[in-house]
Design a protein around this ligand. Sequence first.
Ligand SMILES: Cc1ncc(COP(=O)(O)O)c(C=O)c1O
Length: 331
Amino acid sequence: MDVYPSLTDVVGNTPLVRFNRVTGAAPAPVYGKLEYVNPGGSVKDRIALSMVEGAEAAGLLRPGGTVVEGTSGNTGVGLAMVAAQRGYRCVFAIPDKSSAEKIAVLRAYGAEVVVCPGDVPREHPAHVHSVAARLAVEIPGAWLADQYDNPANPRAHYRGTGPEIWRQTDGRITHLVAGIGTGGTITGTGEYLKEASGGRVTVVGADPEASVYSGGDGGPYHVESIGHFRHPETVEDTWPRSYHPEVVDRFERISDRDSLLTARRLAREEGLLVGGSAGTAVAAALRVAAALTPEDLVVVLLPDSGRNYLSKVFDDGWLGQLGLLEEEVPG
Ligand SMILES: Cc1ncc(COP(=O)(O)O)c(C=O)c1O
């Protein structure tokens, strides 16, 4: 029989697919790593599995225990999926700017969701991270997954995503392009690919223009789950330990307009329904590819599906309210 022993055995080994239309006249080929093909629908299935297995091995998560996390959605889905399989309870703190679809999906997996205000500084007791930390202390048998600081996050990509891309491209990848939220993806994948290639692979961070990671002022932007936003009242701005900034060779800074319209183009021109952060990454990858040669090979990470954002990225009304729709030329 050609079967898998359990759902978690299906995580990873996602396809790498060449873009054929959005690339236009770019000399270098661009391949997208389709992370939405994971069983929970995003790249975060990888780290959910890796963090739960790490916690079980360390004795931090025991039978009947509770998984707690502050998550804008995808990590919650991955954790809820793994927890459902293994009989853990799940409680998530989630910012109110997350899409309604993401919150509904978490509840569908049986997770409990605490919606927190997104407009408070990190030090505030109502901030997602403060609430998650408090729940983890208050609930007996709880374990805080802590994707921002958990080494099992970048490790999942060092052991999985990186080797997969190296193998799938037969060692021919020259440029990796990815967005940075917790930084786990770019750190683990980038570190592996640099080691495997003897330093030949260039790692490009695709960052929202306002994000602090690439030198922005930390002001608000509309692409979810990537970049680093700094609330004006934040006193001490800490970056996730899952992100190793030295792995990034350079940044491409992408506007909301380019991110969101690129995500829409991917659906219409490539048949790839992906989220706004994939739009940011692909907009960056197309810029990178335009300045390369046919001997180069660009791989870009597509973290999740556009189905998470039907009421945002793919809704003309939402885009129109932001003033981002008028420049879209049909066809
Ligand atoms: C949709 C989406 N894109 C990109 C990212 C960023 O990935 P990472 O946290 O590994 O940097 C995340 C994670 O938060 C995500 O959910």
